[in-house]
Design a binder for this molecule. Structure first.
Ligand code: NAP
Length: 242
């Protein structure tokens, strides 16, 4: 029986590549999206060209109701969930002093509250099956903190704390939870950086290149196959943060 994986925010960027990599490994992928319907449909069609069927499902992962509906749909159709990748996220680039309550709610809800509710809705099935692998996509900025990205850093540090605490609670149920903390990965989230800025970031990276989405998807794949790693924050960053 195929493993079943839900990936949040899989319409583009890192989530999209994770969806492709897992589907190519024979995992039944459910790719969640919110605003980017066209991209999600394109992903489904692209996989179909390789004779791989993936499911795409729209849900705003900051809404408990929408998340509940998504998980109900998945469980009715596939009967189980083996893998959850909490990937959906947004960035925020502002002086801390200018951040508003709305900014706080948007960033924390999208990056952190979403992982709380999606994980809660998925867990009863994983606990029942005594089997599960959860991966939170956090960030190096949750580890070392980023100037002008304080709310983002808080949200990602929160995800890593969730990973560590929940790993202790879920270990006896044979559910592993880990964080992958990427460095600089070329996706839409980094569109704001000019070529010149990217060049100067690259000079700070010991492996002398910025990351690509495959670098992250490979680690996801490894964590799924592994069965003795839990509660860890694995930073894939080319040596930028050591
Ligand atoms: P991206 O290309 O902008 O993709 C973000 C994804 O999140 C999109 O597919 C988007 O879906 C989804 N999303 C946002 N809000 C959502 C919501 N409310 N409900 C459902 N989906 C939602 O960015 P990315 O670089 O791939 O980022 C993926 C994750 O990696 C994020 O958590 C990010 O913080 C983390 N990360 C990225 C980097 C990097 O350098 N790229 C570094 C460290 C960590 P729709 O467009 O369909 O709404």
């Amino acid at each position: 029986m195929k493993k079943v994986a839900i990936i949040t925010g899989a319409s583009q960027g890192i989530g999209r590549q994770i969806a492709i990599t897992l589907a190519e490994q024979g995992i039944q992928v459910i790719a969640n999206y919110n605003k980017s319907e066209k991209e999600a449909i394109k992903l489904k069609e692209q996989m179909k060209e390789q004779n791989i069927e993936i499911d795409i499902i729209k849900a705003d992962v900051t809404s408990r109701n929408e998340v509940k509906k998504m998980i109900k749909y998945v469980l009715e159709k596939y009967k189980k969930i083996d893998i959850l990748i909490n990937n959906a996220g947004i960035s925020e680039y502002k002086m801390f002093i200018d951040e508003t309550d709305e900014d706080w709610n948007r960033v924390i809800n999208t990056n952190l509250y979403s992982a709380f509710i999606v994980t809660q809705e998925v867990l009863p099935n994983m606990i029942h099956n005594k089997n599960g692998c959860i991966i939170n996509i956090s960030s190096i900025w949750g580890i070392v903190g980023a100037s002008l990205e304080v709310l983002y850093s808080i949200s990602k540090a929160g995800l890593d704390a969730m990973t560590k605490a929940l790993a202790k609670e879920l270990g006896p149920s044979n559910i592993r939870i880990n964080s992958i903390a990427p460095g600089f990965i070329k996706t839409k989230i980094n569109e704001k950086f000019s070529e010149k800025e990217i060049e100067s970031i690259t000079q700070e990276i010991p492996l002398e290149r910025i990351g690509n989405t495959e670098d992250i998807a490979k680690c996801v794949n490894w964590l799924i196959e592994d069965n003795y790693t839990t509660g860890q924050v694995i930073s894939i960053n080319g040596g930028w943060v050591i």
